[in-house]
Design a protein around this ligand. Structure first.
Ligand SMILES: [Zn+2]
Ligand SMILES: [Zn+2]
Length: 303
């Protein structure tokens, strides 16, 4: 099953050096989610060949412009492109008001249903349960309310071992029961154990998106043992004072967090516009957590 993230932008504050504001596409078994929607996101979607109307869910971490200023433009384009399917947006308090205001003054009546659900900056909650995955929010610590998102695949049922079962006379309507762990008994009273005829499903994978935050431990429990951790790394550690002052994290800290929570892989992003060359940020992270990559535009990371 496909579970991968594509980076559309990863710069902080201002777009520079050809780098765009934060936006990512998560593909979970062909269900497409957009995470954050900085300015220019719809052009980035075109550039990387992602069809706008395939987006089913949008998750906005907070209301700093570099994370959502592309949203109303995207909503409008979906309308102009004749979208019919519902669109579900999850974001902080105030987001619905901002969208409604812009639509009201442009006298736009959308051709599709828009659902905007408010996230809480104070508690963790499961905000979505789709057929293949769940989404949980958790509070981050930033200058304004900000939430992280944890995407986790649902536990799937065991698979039928086709080679083994082919030699047995078990009617196919019983296969779903075997998957659920129910043994099969034939007319002669022979018992076929479900555990012997199935193989366990893979362990569900997870992706954590930690948008803007200062380095505090309060959110670490929510990202424990995550398969892929995206964490902001706005500055090099020599600028720690600036990072703390602006509620951001350094590339060294992001690596220390990944190590502390036992993440399998780290993706750093939200780069300050002061860095034309990102290699020093990568090197600093890798000095603590070798399995680190830069969240570069156009790159896709399998989870
Ligand atoms: Zn930001
Ligand atoms: Zn911010």
């Amino acid at each position: 099953m496909r579970f991968e993230v594509t980076i559309l932008g990863s710069n902080s504050a201002t777009p520079l050096f050809g780098r765009h504001h934060t936006a990512q596409i998560l593909n979970c078994n062909e269900i497409i989610s957009l995470i954050d929607c900085g300015e220019g996101t719809q052009l980035q979607l075109q550039r990387y060949g992602i069809k706008v109307n395939r987006i089913k869910y949008i998750f906005i971490s907070h209301l700093h412009g570099d994370h959502y200023l592309g949203l109303v433009g995207l909503i409008s384009s979906m309308h102009l492109n004749g979208r019919k399917e519902d669109l579900h947006i999850f974001g902080p308090e105030g987001l619905k008001e901002i969208i409604d205001l812009q639509l009201r003054y442009s006298e736009t009546s959308l051709r599709y249903q828009l659902h905007v659900q408010m996230t809480s900056p104070h508690t963790t909650e499961t905000i979505l349960s789709d057929s293949n995955f769940d989404v949980m929010t958790f509070p981050l610590s930033h200058r304004i309310s900000c939430t992280g998102f944890l995407f986790r695949e649902k536990q799937r049922l065991p698979r039928i071992n086709k080679e083994l079962i082919a030699s047995l006379d078990i009617p196919t309507p019983y296969y779903p029961l075997l998957k659920r762990g129910i043994d099969y008994t034939d007319n002669e009273g022979n018992i076929y154990k479900a555990a012997d005829l199935t193989t366990p499903a893979p362990v569900p994978r997870s992706y954590a998106f930690c948008s803007d935050t200062v380095n505090i431990k309060s959110y670490w429990p929510y990202i424990e043992k995550v398969d892929l951790l995206y964490h902001e790394a706005t500055f090099l550690h020599e600028m720690l004072d600036r990072a703390v002052e602006t509620f951001h994290t350094t590339s060294l800290e992001a690596a220390e967090i990944a190590k502390a929570v036992g993440a399998k892989k780290l993706l750093i992003g939200h780069f300050s516009a002061r860095y034309k060359d990102l290699q020093p940020l990568l090197a600093e992270s890798r000095s603590v957590f070798p399995n680190t990559e830069l969240a570069l535009e156009g790159e896709t990371f399998e989870i």
